[in-house]
Ligand binder design. Structure first.
Ligand SMILES: Nc1ncnc2c1ncn2[C@@H]1O[C@H](COP(=O)(O)OP(=O)(O)OP(=O)(O)O)[C@@H](O)[C@H]1O
Length: 875
């Protein structure tokens, strides 16, 4: 600290400038010292002229420094010079382009000062360049260089390229805190002065101080980047603004430096910096509602009902942020957006949805309808829990609950149907396009409340694998533009088939060239035939689905008296048709394995959702455009509760396992993945293979045998229903016997399916349905000699077609058990959706557009192409 002491010594008053500083000898070598004392003699009341004293002083200096006029300065002299330097900013003027000059107009004292200042500063700087700063571990020279670089950047041009600013940002941020005490010393770094000279107005000390100030600003910004959501950063940002405001008064250069730093910050982290701004707005507006804006359909995870159309709102149709081409990639040939505005935001690489070559795999459905035999009446009571919980959904079984789904209404007319009506509904299916008709003796002991419907809707809100689908974009565009979706938006092109509860059409969304399968159901007909619950079950299940081998429901709407499901269209027909096109009317083993593997994954997924499918047959397995499968038709499915269970292998007796499996797995008497021999099983198992020492010990104690880990089973293995549902040839024995059934029925039908795909017929088919049913219950399984089928395939079928459901493969651990069978050896389950299918469908005939004409009273609605007109088919 510098201070002036005034003392009195006799008649002489002496102003002594004393400096309390660390030993500067270290700084300046201490080799030569020049001590200057300014002494004012007041003697006899006479003041001597200061100039005289200085003259003497100058002579003294000349004498003592004659050996080296530019030699090291004495400490006191330096002190004085330093002090002066601190008091006055060093102006870098054009009059002194280089080196040290003394203008003629200045006094001798000033000249002396300048000389000393320049010399001392130069020396100090040179010394410092080689002196490390202990605090930061970086040399002070390095720090000076960095500061210099900052000053150079800031003083030369404020409109610097951003990357220059970036460099400054980083360098400044690592400066040690304690550099603030030496700005004036640093100001005389030679190179720095040279650069600073480029501008008359630049004040060297100011940029430095502003840089130091802006370091704080910079630091704050970096914090923002690191943690853009922290409150601190928000406050600091305000502080930074304050600092910047203050900095404006320092100098022009300091402002520019601050701007440069800020600009560099922006340049580095422009994206991140936008976040705190948004967040700040949010903080400010906290508690205040945002002004009404258009609904952001891209972010909500629930469904909306717009104009009677139920659609999920999570689809990335028109997100607020501009849609990048990568965000919406065409995934199908079946949809193309026409409107240029949309196409611009979506991507222009979409394939045409209108295939040119007319082939008709999807239109080869048998048109003959089979009347189903009346199945024996079965008790309506279901062994399902009265209040079944599916995930977060709760199925309320309240008997008199009124169904008033907003989705089932037409022209503003809500349909309220007492669930008691459904409870009485046990009607069999009456119409099918296939030779294998589904029996729909649907025990409707459950009715589904509105709440469960809503939660079901929200659970299906997100469909990642379909999120890039242009069809979502098209539908959402219609909803946004027109407010609702209806039959008017579709051109019916072809009838794809007729089921128990409705008719499915190939339909094009007008203006978009997007093809859909449109299932149209006559609500009055459904109510009168007590099939409303089946329709509702199907819709609710469809709304839950999000799986590559299961259909996507794009929308549901009601219009007049029709309930319509807008689904994904499968142009490849079904496996029944496809099988009949095979050389021996049966698939090769690899092809069959591919199809059943995909079906298995779909069933596994359904089971995990608490859905027992119950109607597996080739007719319900549709072939997608890419050749992969899609399991359709859920109106006979059973919804039930699923409670994850940890199943220990010991609970499944080893003998039982052996019965179910043969080959390497059965030899081991264990079905746990760890016990399976095939290498692919071990590869696909995610169980850690490293055992701890304790585990290793335990393992040895049990005689070297691997103790299988318990397995989590999330399948409705305990669910029971007494409904008589299914297709005769596919009905499980327990359904026919009326024993009550659970998810094991799907593994029975899975066995029948594999049998049919491989052998071209089902195993228990009799001359009539009654005989078929009898065979299913009592006849033993036989395999034809032709075609030749592998042992593994037969072994799997044998494991599945076990008449007692409790001994059936899959009855305990579900799909996991079946996947582990040797028939599937080498199959990569995780990547099967990427595997090449046995065949991909040929292009399909979209047919002639159909037109709705009329509906006859009290009859099931159907449309039939007749030139340009459509007639209703009565059934
Ligand atoms: N998404 C689709 N893509 C192509 N064709 C389909 C699609 N959905 C259904 N179909 C065809 O439409 C026809 C009728 O299907 P729907 O599901 O209504 O009845 P179903 O399969 O006969 O079953 P059920 O009578 O039990 O309702 C089927 O033959 C099927 O091939």
């Amino acid at each position: 600290m510098n201070h002036l002491e005034m003392g009195s010594s006799g008649g002489t008053s002496e102003i002594v400038e004393s400096v309390e500083e660390p030993n500067l000898d270290n700084y300046y070598g201490g080799s030569k010292t020049l001590r200057i004392k300014l002494k004012t003699n007041v003697q006899d009341g006479k003041c001597h002229d200061v100039e005289d004293d200085l003259g003497k002083l100058l002579r003294t200096i000349d004498l003592r420094t004659s050996s080296g006029a530019l030699g090291p300065m004495s400490k006191p002299g330096l002190d004085l010079l330093q002090k002066n330097a601190l008091k006055k900013p060093i102006k870098v003027g054009a009059s002194r382009p280089s080196g040290i000059g003394i203008s003629e107009s200045v006094t001798l004292k000033q000249a002396l000062r300048r000389l000393c200042i320049s010399q001392a500063s130069e020396m100090a700087a040179m010394k410092r360049l080689s002196k490390p700063i202990s605090l930061s571990g970086t040399s002070e020279a390095g720090t000076i260089k960095k500061l210099y670089a900052s000053v150079v950047v800031q003083s030369s041009d404020s409109s610097l390229p951003i990357n220059g600013g970036q460099r400054n940002l980083v360098e400044i941020s690592i400066m040690p805190e304690k550099v603030t005490g030496i700005p004036s010393k640093k100001a005389t770094v030679p190179g720095q002065v040279q650069n600073s000279e480029s501008s008359d107005n630049n004040v060297v000390s100011s940029p430095l101080s502003s840089v130091l100030n802006s370091r704080k600003v910079t630091k704050i910004r970096i914090q923002d980047v690191i943690n853009p959501t922290s409150e601190d950063s928000f406050e600091s940002q305000s502080a930074a603004v304050e600092t910047e405001k203050k900095g404006k008064s320092i100098s022009k250069a300091s402002i520019s430096s601050s701007q440069a730093v800020a600009a560099s910050s922006k340049g580095m982290v422009s994206q991140h910096l936008t976040k705190p701004v948004h967040r700040n707005k949010a903080i400010r507006k906290k508690g205040k509602p945002e002004p009404a804006s258009a609904p952001d359909v891209s972010t909500k995870h629930s469904e909306v009902n717009i104009g009677g159309v139920t659609v999920p709102t999570t689809k990335p149709c028109c997100p607020k942020e501009p849609v990048t081409p990568a965000c919406i990639t065409p995934t199908t040939k079946l949809c193309r957006l026409k409107e240029p505005s949309t196409a611009a935001c979506i991507t222009a690489t979409t394939k045409s949805c209108r295939p040119k070559e007319p082939t008709t795999p999807a239109c080869t459905m048998p048109t003959t309808k089979t009347r189903r035999p009346k199945a024996p009446a079965t008790p309506a009571t279901s062994t399902l829990n009265s209040a079944a919980v599916i995930g977060k959904e709760r199925i309320d079984t309240g008997a008199n609950k009124t169904l008033s789904s907003p989705n089932i209404h037409g022209s503003g007319r809500a349909i309220g149907v007492k669930s008691s009506e459904f409870s009485r509904s046990r009607e069999k299916g009456e119409c099918s396009h296939s030779s294998k008709s589904s029996i729909g003796d649907y025990s409707s002991s459950t009715s589904i409340s509105e709440e469960s419907h809503q939660s079901g809707a929200s659970s299906k809100g997100c469909r990642p694998h379909m999120s890039k689908d242009l069809r979502w974009v098209a539908i959402h565009q219609i909803l946004i533009q027109q407010g609702s979706l209806g039959l008017r938006n579709f051109r019916l092109l072809k009838r794809l088939g007729c089921g128990d509860i409705g008719t499915v059409y190939l339909a094009e969304l007008a203006g978009f060239e997007c093809l859909f399968a449109l299932k149209i159901m006559d609500v009055e007909f459904l109510v009168s035939r007590k099939k409303m619950l089946r329709a509702q079950t199907e819709r609710e299940i469809l709304q839950m689905l999000d799986h590559p081998f299961l259909p996507t429901l794009y929308a549901h709407f009601t219009t007049e008296n029709l309930s319509c499901l807008v689904m994904e269209f499968c142009p490849g027909g079904d496996l029944h048709v496809l099988r009949q096109r095979q050389p021996c009317r049966s698939f090769t083993e690899p092809a069959a394995r591919f199809y059943v593997a995909e079906v298995l994954l779909a069933l596994e997924y359904l089971h995990m959702l608490g859905v027992i499918y119950r109607d597996l047959k080739p007719e319900n397995i549709l072939v997608r455009e890419d050749g992969h499968i899609m399991l359709s038709d859920f109106d006979l499915s059973l919804r039930c509760s699923v409670s994850p269970t940890l199943v220990r292998s010991s609970s499944l007796g080893t003998q039982e396992s052996a019965k179910k499996l043969s080959g390497p797995c059965a030899e081991n008497s264990c079905i746990d993945p760890l016990c399976l021999r095939p290498s692919w099983v071990q590869v696909s198992c995610f169980t850690p293979r490293l055992l701890s020492s304790t585990q290793e010990k335990t393992r040895k104690e049990i005689g070297g045998q691997v103790r299988p880990l318990p397995q989590l089973v999330v399948e409705p293995t305990d669910a029971r229903s007494n409904s008589f549902v299914g297709t005769h040839e596919y009905l499980a024995p327990e359904i026919i016997r009326g024993d009550g059934h659970g998810s094991a029925v799907d593994w029975w039908t899975f066995g029948i399916l594999l049998y049919e795909l491989l052998f071209g017929r089902t195993p228990f088919r009799g001359p009539g349905n009654e005989e078929t049913l009898a065979n299913v219950v009592s006849q033993s399984l036989k395999f034809p000699e032709n075609p030749s089928v592998s042992f593994h395939a037969k072994d799997l079928i044998r494991g599945l077609l076990v008449k007692e459901p409790e001994n059936r493969l899959g009855s305990v651990k579900g799909a996991a058990e079946i996947k582990q069978h040797t028939f599937f050896d080498g199959l990569n389950w995780a990547l099967i959706r990427c595997a090449a299918p046995p065949e991909t469908p040929r292009t399909h005939d979209i047919g002639t557009p159909l037109m709705l004409r009329k509906k006859k009273e009290g009859k099931c609605l159907d449309f039939r192409a007749n030139g340009e007109d459509v007639e209703f088919e009565l059934f």
